[in-house]
Every structure is written in C-alpha cells, then in structure tokens.
Ligand binder design. Structure first.
Ligand code: NAD
Ligand code: HSO
Ligand code: ZN
Length: 433
C-alpha cells in the first residue's frame, strides 16, 4: 500500500487521500441502476427473470419458482454439514443474546401536572432482508438481519438473495424463522421489495448490505415517489481502518486488512500508525499473505485504492480515523482503550491484538451491518431499534389543559395560526361554564 506521512500533506491532500475507491463514485452507476428499477417497476416478474439471467446467469427454468418452496428449503438444509450447522448455532446464540438485550424501554411520564406523555414502540410490519451472494454467500448476514427482525416482532420477513441461493443461506434463514425466500439479487431485488411484483411483496423497510449496485438501488428507492419504503443505512463495500503502534503485530494487521479487502474490488482498507517500521512491515506481510489468498485478484484491486498513513502520535491517529469515519476500526496498540477515548465515529470497534474484525463479522454477537462511505460519522450500526418505529402518545386532563393552554395559545398567536389557538380556546371556554 502507498505510505504517506500525514503531517506533510496539505489539508486538501489529506482530504483526497481519505477518499473512497474511485469505483464507488462511478458516474454511470446511478443511470444503470435507475434503468433496472424502472424495468422492475413497470414489468415486475418478467424483468426480474431477465436480470436473473443477465447478471447471475440464471433463468426461471434453472431456479424453478422465484419463491422457494418448503421442499426445496428442506432439501437445501439437509445438504448443510453438521459442522457448519454447529457454527451457525453458536453464532446465532451470541447474536440473539446481544440483540435481545437491546429491548426498547418505554417512557410514560407527566411533563407537568395533568400532562401525560409516552414513548412507545411497535415492530415494523413488513421487512425485506437483502443477503449478498454475488461473489461470496454471506451466511452470516442472514443471522444479522433475520434474528433482530424476529426478536423485534416484525410480522412479515421477506428474504432475497442472488440465485442460486447457497444451501447454508437457506438453512440459516429457516433456522432464524424466515419462511419467505425469493431468488433474486442486486438492484432488481431492491426494486422488487420497493415496488412489489406479481410474486414478491413490497415491504415497509429494506435492510441489508450489498455491493455498489445494491447500495445505490437502496438509496434511489428511498427517494422514489412510486413507492413508500425506508432503508436501514448505506451499507456498501466493506472497509476497515487499523490504528497500530510499534507494539502491534504486522502479520495480524495484514491479515485484518486483507479480510476486508477480499470482499470486493471496491472495498478499501487503511492503516494509521506512528511507526514507520510497522508501515513497512505490514507491506511485506501483505505481499506474503496476498500471494496465497484464493481471492487475491479482488483483494489486490482493493489494495490499489488503499493507503497507510504515518502519523505523529496516537491522538493524531484518532483524528485521522474520525475524519475518515470507518465502517470497522481496529485498535491494535499497547493501550487501546486510551485511544478509544478519542474515537468519535466508527461503525464497530475492535480492541487489542486478539480481536480480529472477523469475530464481529460472524459470531461475537454485535451486528455486522454497518455504515460505509464515511456515514459512521452520523449513522449507527444496525440494532434492534431499527426494526421498530417509535411513536409518542399524550393525554391531558382538564387540569392539565388549564395549566398548559395559555402557553400554547400564545405560541399559536405568534405563529399567526389562529385555528391552532382556537382548538385550545374552545375547550378552556367549555371548562369555565
Ligand atoms: N457494509 C456492510 O455492512 C456490509 C456487510 C456485508 C457485506 N458488505 C458488502 O456487500 C458486498 C457484497 O457484494 P457481492 O457483489 O458479493 O454481492 P451482492 O449480492 O451485493 O451483489 C450481487 C449482485 O450485483 C448485481 N450486479 C453485479 N454486476 C452488476 C452490473 N454490472 N450491473 C448491475 N448489477 C450488477 C447482480 O445482480 C448480482 O446479483 C461487498 O461489497 C461487501 O463488502 C457490506
Ligand atoms: N465484513 C462484512 C461487513 O462489512 C461482513 C461479513 C460477512 N461475512 C464476512 N464479512
Ligand atoms: Zn467481512
């Protein structure tokens, strides 16, 4: 990776050096995704079948029905090895316990005498769960989406993934209580969940990570006047930023960087260190480890737009990380919790030499659906709350309205909104009789 010394760069150069992969800003992306959305919105299942053929090499004859039947689900599940089933079960237990602990706590209080205010929560009724499967079958993403959706109480949980759907994805979906599985991926899957087709139901909210086509499709449908659908977050191509001091292990760092670089050519990995020896040592380790990786072509492309920054100290390292806003942040230093005190923005943080990012991807219990592109500065990691909507309730007694009414009428008058004022005045007048 290119090594840059942070304090020798101008502010403009620093900004440029922290840009994401140029593949993400591709100007043709929006146009090509829009064309897919329009086709699905107007031609439904017929368009889905064409895109299944075009992008995933599948036609209806190969995949049977778009929706998987019970027998297909059972047959796929039977093909999954006991070892993989045990790993899925271990991961499910940790994800379940961590997300169950996030249960909403309602608020019911009087803000003043006779004025009762409540904060309540209800599950979102229909949710769509996108499971990536273009270049790797992300079995773990099933658990990250389906378990919180079930714990939250979402009634209709619809799963989509590119065909042919991997057996273990089907098994994990079934184990997490999913009954509706559709064989469609990419922007066309997002369009189907947003607009609905003859076979695939439209949902209220779409969840899940994906490549740049999927992420762009989510962005576009969330603003499309033809549907009313929300999205969880921009969870695009994976990223990791590692902060390391001279105590860190170069082999560990290189392995962590490659673990995210292998996701896709548009992934990005960043090393920030106060040690030139670590910067050089990690480059050597990357060369060695990359040479034996099965996905070396993908990872090598991602490394082309990845960088190392040599900084003055750990405070500057935290500042660089905050400016970048990484999806994942690994802190491999002597005192990682000291560095953590200065961290303001990261999707998920991994502390110390024995916490590879992979544990969060699969099984520690935290959610791996995280904001990318720098959105971790404002967007949170996926949690149970995302599967519910909060709403407020208020109830005033006559005494409450007498106490609050004048303030409301004064505010309404000053906003020149007399009907608002009258809604209070008629009630106060009725109380005076
Ligand atoms: N941020 C997160 O939380 C998070 C979590 C997991 C995975 N990810 C990311 O998810 C992504 C998964 O990507 P993937 O590609 O393996 O699977 P994917 O399922 O996201 O995308 C595959 C689909 O992309 C579509 N596609 C491919 N080329 C296309 C083209 N030229 N035009 C239009 N559509 C096209 C196809 O329809 C295909 O089905 C990776 O980038 C990974 O880093 C992110
Ligand atoms: N690192 C991905 C999130 O960016 C999640 C994942 C799933 N499987 C492996 N990794
Ligand atoms: Zn990963």
């Amino acid at each position: 990776m290119e090594i840059l010394t942070w304090s020798t760069l101008s502010t403009a150069e620093q900004k440029t050096a922290l840009k994401r992969s140029p593949l993400i800003g591709d100007s043709g992306l929006e146009q090509s995704v829009r064309a897919i959305l329009d086709a699905v919105a107007t031609r439904g299942d017929a368009a889905i079948q064409e895109f299944n053929q075009k992008f995933d090499g599948f036609n209806n004859a190969n995949i049977g029905e778009l929706r998987m039947g019970e027998a297909e689900i059972a047959a796929a599940s039977a093909r999954v090895s006991p070892e993989l089933k045990a790993a899925i079960s271990k991961a499910m237990a940790n994800i379940d316990v961590f997300h169950s602990a996030q249960q909403f706590r309602p608020i019911d209080m009087e803000t003043e005498a006779g004025v009762r205010c409540e904060l309540r929560s209800e599950p979102i009724e229909k949710v769509g769960l996108y499971i990536p499967g273009g270049s790797a079958p992300l079995i773990s993403t099933v658990m990250m989406l389906a378990l919180p959706a079930k714990i939250a109480g979402c009634e209709q949980r619809v799963l989509v993934s590119p065909p042919p759907i991997n057996d273990a994805i089907i098994y994990a979906a079934n184990a997490c209580g999913i009954t509706e599985i559709y064989q469609v991926g990419g922007a066309q899957a997002i369009a189907a969940l947003a607009f609905g087709t003859e076979t695939i139901p439209a949902v209220d909210k779409i969840f899940g990570p994906g490549n740049r086509y999927v992420t762009e499709a989510k962005r576009l449908v969330s603003q499309d006047g033809r549907c009313t659908v929300c999205i969880d977050m921009p969870a695009g191509p994976s990223e990791v930023l590692v902060i390391a001091d001279s105590d860190a292990n170069c082999e560990f760092i290189a392995a962590d960087l490659l673990s995210q670089a292998e996701h896709g050519p548009d992934s990005q990995v960043i090393l920030v260190t106060d040690s030139q020896a670590i910067a050089d040592g990690v480059n050597d380790a990357l060369t060695r480890q990359l040479a034996v990786l099965p996905r070396q072509d993908i990872a090598a492309t991602a490394l082309l737009s990845s960088r190392t920054f040599v900084v003055d100290d750990m405070l500057q390292a935290a500042q660089v990380s905050n400016q970048y806003g990484p999806e994942h942040l690994i802190i491999q230093t002597r005192f990682p919790r000291e560095v953590l005190k200065n961290i303001r923005a990261a999707g998920s943080v991994f502390l110390g030499a024995y916490t590879p990012e992979s544990v969060g991807d699969y099984a520690s219990g935290t959610n791996h659906v995280l904001p990318t592109y720098g959105y971790s500065r404002a967007v949170s990691s996926l949690s149970l709350a995302d599967f519910s909507r909060r709403f407020t309730v208020q109830e005033l007694s006559a005494k409450g309205l007498i106490g609050l009414g004048q303030a409301v009428m004064t505010l309404a008058s000053n906003e020149l909104l007399d009907a608002h004022k009258n809604a209070v005045a008629v009630r106060l007048a009725s109380l005076e009789k």
